[in-house]
Design a protein around this ligand. Structure first.
Ligand code: BGC
Length: 447
C-alpha cells in the first residue's frame, strides 16, 4: 500500500454537460439543438433513446447540488445549452432559459462550489445548423456574440470558462466519422469545422481579455495516446499521426500559431486541405489561462499500410476494457501530459474529464462499482506521477457526476458516480461516490 498525495490547493470536481443531464428539451422557451434533431431521427441512437428528459436536472438541480455538497466537490463542470439561452442561436435572448443557469450558478455558489462553465458541449442550435453550421464562417460571429452575452451575464459569478469541449469530436467525429450530430462523413467538412472552431475559440479569448472579465479562460480538447508497437520509424510515425490528430492539430495553432506540417500532409493525402484566411492564425493564437484535458483511453499502435487516414492499426488485445469496450491505459495519461508540457511549455492543466463506463444496477440501495474505483485510482496515480515530473496540473474532474445520456449510446452506458434510474429518476450514490468523497476529504488516495 502506498499513499498518493495531492497538493492542498488541488481542485477536485466532477463534470456533466447540458444535453446529457438537463432534459426539459422543450421547456422554458428553449430552442431546438442539433441533438434534438439527431436523437429524434430513428436509427441514430441506441434503443431509440433521446435527451428529452435525461436526468431531469433542469428541475432537479438542487438535489444534484446536495449530492455535490455531500461529495465535497470544490468545483462542478457543467455546460450552458446555447439554444436554451438563444433559441435561434442569434436573435433574442431567452430570459427564462438564462434564469435557469442563474439559479444553478447561485445555488452552487451558496454551497461553496465553484462553477466551471463550458460554453459549448455539442448541443448546437439547429437554426444555425440550417444555415451551414460550423462549416459556415458566419457561425464564428454567432458564437462570439453568444459568449459575450454569457460573460456579461455571469461575470463575477463564473470564474472558470471553457470555450469548447472536445473540438476533435465536434469536427472529426461529427463530420468525418459521422457518429455524432450532425452525422456527416466528409474529411474536408471536418477540417473546415475544426478550423472555424479554433477561430471562434481564439476570438472569444480575445474578447474575454478586452472586456476584462475577471477569471480564467481555457479550452478542453480530448486526447488519447498510442504507444509505438516497435521502435521502427514506421510504427513511430503512424502513432505520431494518431496522437497528432487530437493533440497537435488542436494545440499547435493555439500555442504556436501554425498547423503541424506532418498532419497537414496526412490530410492532404486523404484529399483535404485546411482553408486559412489572412488573420486566422493570429486570431487563434491567444494566450489561454489553462488547458482542459479529457482523457479516457489509449493503446499500442502499429503501422499498417492503407489502414485509414493514418495507416495505423490499434493493438489493443490484452488490455482490460471498460463496458464501453475502451482499452484502459492509465500510463497514456502520464505520457500525453508529458508530451503536451514538453511541446508547449508549462501551461496550467485541469483534467476536465476522466472516467469509466461500467453498467450496474443498485442492489438493496448499493451499487458496487469496484471496477470504476480501480479505473479512477489508476488514472489519479498516473496523474500524480505526471505532476511529480513537472506537469502543472491544478485539478481533476471525474466524468461524470451522474449516469446520463451517453450520446449515440443513449442510456445504455453508465459513467456516473451516482446511479440514475431513468424511469423513476431516483439517484443512488455508488460505491465510487463514497470512495471519491474520501479522496477529496483526505487529499490523497491509497493504492
Ligand atoms: C464527452 C462526454 C461523454 C464522455 C464519454 C467525452 O467524449 O465529452 O460528453 O459522455 O466522453 O463518452
Amino acid at each position: 500500500m502506498s499513499i498518493i498525495q495531492f497538493p492542498e490547493d488541488f481542485y477536485w470536481g466532477a463534470a456533466t454537460a447540458a444535453y446529457q443531464v438537463e432534459g426539459a428539451w422543450n421547456e422554458g422557451g428553449r430552442g431546438l439543438s442539433i441533438w434534438d434533431t439527431y436523437a429524434h431521427t430513428p436509427g441514430n441512437i441506441r434503443n431509440g433513446d433521446n435527451g428529452d428528459i435525461a436526468c431531469d436536472s433542469y428541475h432537479r438541480y438542487e438535489e444534484d447540488i446536495a449530492y455535490m455538497k455531500e461529495l465535497g466537490l470544490h468545483t462542478y463542470r457543467f455546460s450552458i445549452s446555447w439554444s436554451r439561452v438563444f433559441p435561434d442561436g442569434t436573435g433574442e435572448l431567452n430570459k427564462e432559459g438564462l434564469d435557469y443557469y442563474h439559479r444553478l450558478v447561485d445555488k452552487l455558489l451558496e454551497n461553496g462550489i465553484e462553477p466551471f462553465c463550458t460554453l459549448y458541449h455539442w448541443d448546437f442550435p439547429q437554426a444555425l445548423q440550417d444555415t451551414g453550421g460550423w462549416k459556415n464562417r458566419d457561425t464564428i460571429d454567432a458564437y462570439v456574440r453568444y459568449a459575450r452575452e454569457m460573460f456579461k451575464q455571469f461575470q463575477g459569478k463564473i470564474k472558470y470558462w471553457t470555450t469548447f469541449n472536445e473540438p476533435w469530436c465536434v469536427s472529426f467525429k461529427a463530420h468525418y466519422i459521422g457518429d455524432l450530430a450532425p452525422g456527416e462523413k466528409n474529411l474536408q467538412s471536418a477540417l473546415d469545422v475544426a478550423h472555424h472552431l479554433m477561430i471562434a475559440h481564439g476570438r472569444t479569448v480575445k474578447l474575454f481579455r478586452k472586456l476584462g472579465i475577471p477569471g480564467q479562460i481555457g479550452y478542453a480538447p480530448n486526447v488519447s495516446w498510442r504507444e509505438p508497437f516497435s521502435s521502427t520509424q514506421e510504427d513511430m510515425d503512424a502513432c505520431r499521426r494518431r496522437i497528432g490528430w487530437m493533440v497537435e492539430w488542436f494545440m499547435d495553432p493555439l500555442f504556436k500559431g501554425e498547423y503541424p506540417e506532418f498532419m497537414a500532409a496526412a490530410f492532404e493525402a486523404g484529399g483535404a486541405k485546411v482553408n486559412i484566411q489572412p488573420g486566422d492564425m493570429e486570431d487563434i493564437k491567444q494566450p489561454i489561462d489553462f488547458l482542459g484535458i479529457n482523457y479516457y483511453m489509449g493503446s499500442l499502435g502499429r503501422y499498417q499500410k492503407d489502414n485509414g487516414l493514418f495507416e495505423l492499426e490499434d493493438i489493443d488485445e490484452g488490455y482490460e476494457r471498460t463496458d464501453f469496450n475502451w482499452p484502459i491505459y492509465p500510463e497514456g495519461l502520464y505520457k500525453v501530459l508529458l508530451h503536451i508540457t514538453e511541446r508547449y511549455g508549462p501551461i496550467s492543466i485541469y483534467i476536465t474529464e476522466n472516467g469509466a463506463c461500467y453498467d450496474g444496477e443498485p442492489i438493496q440501495g448499493k451499487v458496487e462499482d469496484t471496477k470504476r474505483i480501480a479505473y479512477l485510482s489508476k488514472h489519479l496515480t498516473q496523474l500524480n506521477r505526471a505532476m511529480k515530473a513537472g506537469v502543472p496540473v491544478k485539478g481533476y474532474m471525474a466524468w461524470s457526476l451522474l449516469d446520463n445520456f451517453e450520446w449515440a449510446d443513449g442510456y445504455s452506458r453508465r459513467f456516473g458516480l451516482i446511479h440514475v434510474d431513468f424511469n423513476s429518476l431516483i439517484r443512488t450514490p455508488k460505491d465510487s461516490f463514497f470512495w471519491y468523497k474520501k479522496v477529496i476529504a483526505n487529499g490523497w488516495l491509497e493504492v
